[in-house]
Design a protein around this ligand. Structure first.
Ligand SMILES: *Cc1c(COP(=O)(O)O)cnc(C)c1O
Length: 457
């Protein structure tokens, strides 16, 4: 075994990874990338079917993006936004204000999706202390069931996933949970229509009952990504905006997963003409090149932090690498390429292409549901289509399918029993076909064609 392999198995602790099993898996060690492909240290080439965890936009080693970083590197790699400023950060704030929905006039930078959410939560709480008619008792957030907002304590409090966060349950701040407006599995006593109505009603009743304690409502708009690409029933986001506005509850939309074209529009909120009070951005913001995030806010919120320094209205919050010039420089070129290359037009085309290709799975006995919005796809594997009985975790069915895809030279990654496809928004049709071919073949190989397959325990 090479030194790299040995050290990778013992010294590098991988995120979200059962490290005991890791050693046996011989996961590719990626050495280089080109276009939409990655190459490992053994020279094997793979199609990047998850856009390097949902953040790559135009492919790898894009000359314009590489040049943006090199040019900035010739000026300065990093300077701080505490007490100083920098042209790339200023210009990026301006670009984001122009491009995000009208009214989001201020950009606060950090470096990860989770930190964009932390900043949002703290801004909203502090806003209630400092607005014209203060309501400091408003400290509780409403969240949507099965949401994911990152892995820091605050973002876990509003987005916990039972399996990930059990040890921390007693340490998280209080939240109110409304059900997620999806109807693949509905609780006993409901059908799809009555369940969705219940989900809509719960927004109103929860907010009406607790309004005086509620700091804000946080949600992933249109699609809950980490929950397995759960696509909300149309109209839910608009409904939440209407109810929160009517009750004076700030709405935080976390577009870390759905932003930058993935649902078909630049930002998912545009799909229902919604303007949130706070918008969180990260993953696609630098085209998948460097860590950067932005929390966009309205002037109503921002203005509550204005005043003389000694009044103590400042937002005392920030991270060392906030607004890093290299990251901001590549982000600016990323946004320019969105226009120059008509990336949203490409999303429209490959969305239809994936829909038609993946319809081949519609009557597969172990495919419970194919969910899709734009380039975001979740294929839920089940033991039985009719009962929707899930595979047990010991089968690691999703993981087995991704190993089969890897043998075909395609990188995908499951979320439990859901196979996720997340091609870069700029991926061309030929690579989309390759991704769909490998996914369909791998599901057929691992799950079998019939309900009597060996994996069917
Ligand atoms: C990935 C994700 C996050 C966390 O982003 P990090 O950069 O990993 O901290 C937050 N919210 C959503 C919706 C995400 O998909």
């Amino acid at each position: 075994m090479s030194d790299l392999r040995a050290w990778d198995n013992t010294e590098l602790w991988h995120p979200f990874t059962p490290m005991t099993a890791w050693g046996e898996e011989q996961a590719p060690i990626i050495k280089s990338g080109e276009g939409f492909y990655l190459t490992d240290v053994d020279g094997r080439r793979y199609l990047d079917g998850i856009s390097s965890l949902w953040c790559n936009v135009h492919g790898h080693r894009v000359p314009e993006l590489d040049a943006a970083i090199r040019d900035q590197l010739d000026k300065v790699a990093h300077s701080t936004l505490l007490g100083l400023s920098s042209p790339p950060a200023i210009e990026l704030a301006h670009e984001l204000v122009q491009r995000t929905p009208n009214g989001l006039n201020h950009a606060f930078f950090s470096d990860a999706g989770a930190t964009s959410v932390e900043a949002a939560l703290k801004m909203v709480v502090q806003f209630h202390h400092q607005k014209a008619q203060p309501e400091p008792e408003r400290r509780i957030f409403v969240r949507v069931a099965e949401s994911y907002h990152g892995d820091t304590f605050g973002s876990v409090a509003v987005g916990r996933v039972e399996a990930f966060h059990r040890p921390f349950s007693g340490m998280l701040f209080e939240t109110l949970t409304v059900p997620s407006p999806v109807a693949y599995r509905v609780p006993p006593g409901y059908d799809a229509a009555s369940w969705l109505k219940h989900c809509f009603d719960q927004v109103e009743s929860t907010i009406a009952e607790h309004r005086d304690r509620i700091a804000g409502f946080i949600m992933e708009p249109i699609v809950q990504g980490a929950a397995g690409i759960q696509v909300h029933t149309p109209g839910y986001l608009k409904h939440v905006r209407e109810v929160t506005a009517r009750h004076g509850v700030p709405l935080i939309t976390d577009e870390v997963a759905v932003g930058f074209g993935k649902t078909g529009t630049m930002f998912a909120c545009e799909q229902e003409q919604v303007v949130p009070d706070v918008l969180c951005l990260a993953k696609g913001i630098t085209a998948g090149y460097l860590p950067l995030a932005a929390t966009m806010v309205t002037s109503e919120i921002y203005d509550a932090f204005l005043g003389q320094p000694h009044e103590g209205r400042t937002f005392y919050h920030g991270h060392t690498y906030t607004g890093n010039p290299l990251a901001a420089a590549v982000s600016l070129v990323n946004l320019r390429l969105f226009d120059e290359r008509n990336v949203l037009g490409n999303v429209a085309e490959i969305t239809e292409q994936m829909k038609s290709r993946l319809s081949e799975l519609n009557d597969h006995p172990h495919v419970g549901e194919v969910r899709q919005k734009g380039v975001m796809v979740g294929i839920e594997l089940v033991i039985n289509r009719d009962t929707k009985q899930p595979y047990g975790p010991e089968v690691r069915i999703g993981h087995e399918v991704t190993l089969a895809a890897r043998r075909r030279g395609v990188i995908i990654r499951p979320l439990g029993n859901v196979i996720i496809l997340m091609p870069a928004v700029a991926m061309p049709a030929a690579e989309i076909d390759e991704l769909c071919d490998a996914t369909i073949a791998s599901i057929r190989e691992v799950c079998g064609e019939t309900a009597l397959s060996a994996k069917n325990r």
